[in-house]
Design a protein around this ligand. Structure first.
Ligand code: AR6
Length: 186
């Protein structure tokens, strides 16, 4: 029986960088950069986007409005308002349609955030599972794409010391855990 308050977490070391899978709400997790699952117009919405804007306060939307938008498969940086972070990286994953481009765009969204982390010298970053809510990307397909993009990035020189995936609900956590076990068996 699971006890209330139990924290589900898995970690791996990659070239001295810690990769963490953690079940829970991304707005409750601490990192220098928090990744938002945004839309191309950067106008806010539900899911991660709603929770991040709610926790950050109205200044975040003002910054997004000034930027004006972000292509699918890419990401833009703002400050983090009231969140315990320095940056929010607003990443736009694809709306899943079962096309080969979906994977390229999903990889691109993760990679752009990793590149923004390098550009800003962020040592820690926390990702949600992009595109797997309102945008309908099947978790079992999205998890290995997300993880393999991060793992490949961490196999090269990086300023990152910790990369965390914040996974809402035990199902999402388990799917990521199984994908990680296949990519980096213990
Ligand atoms: N913390 C961590 N994960 C979460 C949280 C949270 N607080 N809330 C939801 N998830 P979604 P998308 C999970 O819909 O699919 C918005 O309206 C959720 O269970 O947030 O990229 C935007 O404005 C799912 O697995 O993002 C866009 O229009 C994953 O995070 C659109 O939705 C992503 O779900 C983006 O859709």
């Amino acid at each position: 029986m699971m006890q209330g308050g139990e924290i589900f977490m898995t970690t791996r070391g990659i070239n001295g960088v810690v990769l963490v899978l953690r079940e829970g709400d991304i707005t409750k997790m601490q990192a220098e950069a928090i990744v938002n699952a945004a839309n191309a117009a950067l106008v806010g919405g539900g899911g991660v986007d709603g929770a991040i804007h709610q926790a950050a306060g109205p200044g975040l939307m003002a910054e997004c409005r000034k930027i004006g938008g972000c292509p699918t498969g890419s990401a833009v940086a703002t400050s983090a308002g009231n969140l315990p972070a320095t940056y929010v990286f607003h990443a736009v994953g694809p709306i899943y349609q079962g096309r080969p481009e979906d994977e390229t765009l999903l990889r691109g969204a993760y990679q752009c955030c990793l590149d923004l982390a390098e550009k800003h010298g962020a040592q820690s970053i926390v990702f949600p599972s992009l595109s797997t809510g309102a945008y309908g990307y099947p978790l079992t397909l999205a998890a290995p794409i997300a993880l393999s993009t991060v793992i490949a990035h961490l196999q090269r020189p990086t300023c990152l010391r910790q990369v965390t995936f914040a996974l809402l609900g035990h199902h999402a956590y388990t799917v990521f855990e199984q994908a990680l076990e296949r990519l980096l068996p213990l």
